[in-house]
Write a protein that binds this ligand. Structure first.
Ligand SMILES: CC(=O)[C@@H](O)[C@H](O)COP(=O)(O)O
Ligand SMILES: NCC(=O)COP(=O)(O)O
Length: 237
């Protein structure tokens, strides 16, 4: 079964817009779980443009499903993760000023760096996932650094889905075969939405988790949060 982890970054974006506490991020996470979310994902960035480090501490005691913290493994980020000890950490090679996540890890070039961090996270009982492009050589590199899972970066899939979905999914199918060959668990995320999610899920056997935020929160503005989460879950059945 593919689990839906709702990324609540954009709830925090709205909260920060006026400097108050509305919408309340903790209450939103509770409600997302009550509406059926099987995980909560946050991506605290160095500039705290949306999710703040304090939000992560506040969320930890109330998340009853799976807590997934995503981010670039800077010293501050790693301290936060070690303090909070989520079920999963997803390492993302984001530049501090990136408007959003826009690249996967070069698991060959950063082999030693990733190996050390992954080993430390695993020693703390935190499942590791690394954000990667769907390249077979990169997946092989992911096996070498010892990650539990990879998160396939699905922006390219989403960009080409409407024009040629068979071509769009092809590299991801190859990446899945390689991941299964090495016994690496499979997550996916970025720019997934109600149009492209079912085809992805139907073509990637063994997909364990999708983390979805931007499109889901945008949809919720029109369709309501509970209804929207139910619609996304229906795509994963
Ligand atoms: C890694 C990834 O694609 C997302 O987890 C990321 O959280 C999106 O970040 P923004 O919400 O800041 O666009
Ligand atoms: N890891 C992907 C994620 O958490 C959300 O990405 P998006 O749906 O906001 O593009």
């Amino acid at each position: 079964m593919t689990k839906l982890s709702v990324n609540i970054n954009k709830i925090a974006t709205l909260r920060n817009a006026r400097g108050g506490d509305r919408p309340n991020v903790v209450q939103a996470a509770k409600d997302c779980e009550r509406f059926g979310a099987q995980g909560i994902t946050v991506h605290p960035r160095p500039d705290e443009r949306h999710i703040r480090y304090q939000d992560v501490y506040d969320l930890k005691p109330i998340v009853t499903t799976e807590f997934n913290i995503e981010g670039n493994p800077t010293p501050d980020f790693l301290k936060l993760v070690k303090d909070v000890k989520p079920e999963q950490v997803t390492l993302v090679p984001d530049a501090p000023d990136a408007i959003t996540s826009n690249a996967g890890w070069d698991t060959i070039k950063h082999k030693d760096f990733l190996t050390d961090i992954i080993s430390e996270m695993k020693s703390l009982g935190i499942r590791t996932s690394i954000f990667v492009d769907p390249l077979e050589s990169i997946i092989e590199g992911a096996a070498i650094v010892g990650t539990d899972r990879v998160e396939l970066y699905t922006e390219d899939y989403a960009r080409h889905y409407h024009s040629n979905r068979k071509a769009a999914i092809a590299p991801y199918v190859k990446a899945v075969v390689k991941a299964q060959e090495y016994g690496i668990g499979l997550n996916a995320g970025h720019d997934l939405d109600l149009d492209n999610l079912k085809y992805l899920k139907d073509n990637l056997p063994g997909l364990l988790e999708v983390s979805i935020g931007h499109a889901l929160i945008c949809d919720a503005l029109y369709l309501g949060l509970e209804n929207t989460i139910q619609l996304y879950l229906r795509q994963l059945k």
